[in-house]
Design a protein around this ligand. Structure first.
Ligand code: GPP
Ligand code: MG
Length: 290
């Protein structure tokens, strides 16, 4: 068995967490769907898109069709992050925000651009920490936007330090009760948490084959919708907005099937969304009490 260095041992507590970190340190799936889209304007996302695509990109010269699709997919992913930030409420330049599972940093940079405030990203992938901190330097914002090799279940940041926290499609890797306990500790009273996630629809019963397929593809464990609200209620996080984004994300997946960068996960997403076993949800919640 490979020995991990002491710092790594302090951040990664379980063999599951080690396997998630290994996945994101060396993505076994084709990662070009993220890097090629990121090269469009230097914002590298690890989440999906929302909104109506301009389907005219499919017409016109064949030699440049794939580039047009890439630009359109990237535009829809940026629109998703922008919607998430819309729900953070009144954030001032002196505030501090945290990105739980910050990936290559896309949403963190957008938040800093919009609010002018400090943003701390945490991820258990050392590769992602390095990539995102390089981006911060390159963008000239390294004094305000920093990425840390830390576990979002146990960040080590001070209690009450954060005005806002978000997770952009990262909650399917962790226990929600543990996560929201930590977020509730980190948020100042009245602080806001915003989550965009894919969740299984427990109104429809147990998990579907398509949802299990998505879990297997990414090595994650998608939670049922009800669990989000139970875990929030248990940790003084009171929902203020709940938006079902399922219909708004289906066109993104349809367009992604037309891209040369499609990874094969498109079909289970479309099946799961269309059969109603899976939902794309935004939840914004306020921390009540101290
Ligand atoms: C997308 O990342 C998000 C995840 C892997 C977490 C799972 C999300 C769910 C809603 C179930 P990505 O941008 O790296 O994925 P891809 O490479 O497929 O674009
Ligand atoms: Mg992606």
């Amino acid at each position: 068995m490979t020995m991990l260095n002491p710092k790594t041992e302090a951040v990664l507590h379980t063999s599951y967490q080690k396997s998630v970190a290994a996945y994101w340190n060396n993505n076994p799936n084709d990662d070009r769907v993220n890097t090629v889209l990121g090269e469009v304007d230097g914002l590298y996302h690890h989440h999906y898109g929302i909104g109506d695509p301009d389907l005219s990109v499919l017409e016109g010269p064949e030699s440049t069709r794939q580039e047009r699709i890439v630009e359109e997919l990237h535009r829809l992913e940026t629109a998703q992050a922008s919607l998430l930030l819309d729900h953070l409420g009144d954030v001032r330049p002196g505030d501090r925000l945290m990105d739980g599972g910050s990936g290559r940093g896309g949403t963190s940079f957008m938040a800093n651009q919009r609010f002018g405030c400090q943003v701390d990203g945490v991820t258990i992938s050392e590769y992602q920490v390095g990539f995102a901190n390089e981006q911060a330097k390159h963008r000239g914002v390294a004094d305000k936007v920093q990425f840390y090799f830390r576990n979002m279940l146990d960040t080590g940041f001070d209690s009450g330090a954060m005005r806002g926290i978000w997770t952009n499609e990262t909650t399917m890797y962790v226990d929600l009760f543990d996560l929201f306990r930590e977020f509730s500790r980190l948020l100042e009273p009245g602080g806001r948490y915003v989550c965009i996630t894919g969740c299984s629809n427990d109104v429809a019963g147990g998990r579907s084959a398509s949802v299990s397929w998505i879990d297997a593809h990414y090595g994650c464990m998608i939670h049922p919708r009800s669990e989000y609200f139970r875990a929030m209620a248990e940790n003084n996080l009171v929902p203020i907005d709940v938006v079902d984004l399922t219909a708004a994300t289906i066109p993104y997946w349809d367009l992604r099937t037309k891209s040369e960068l499609a990874t094969g996960v498109e079909k289970p997403f479309l099946t799961a969304y269309r059969e109603g076993s899976f939902q794309y949800l935004l939840i914004a919640a306020d921390k009540v009490g101290r």
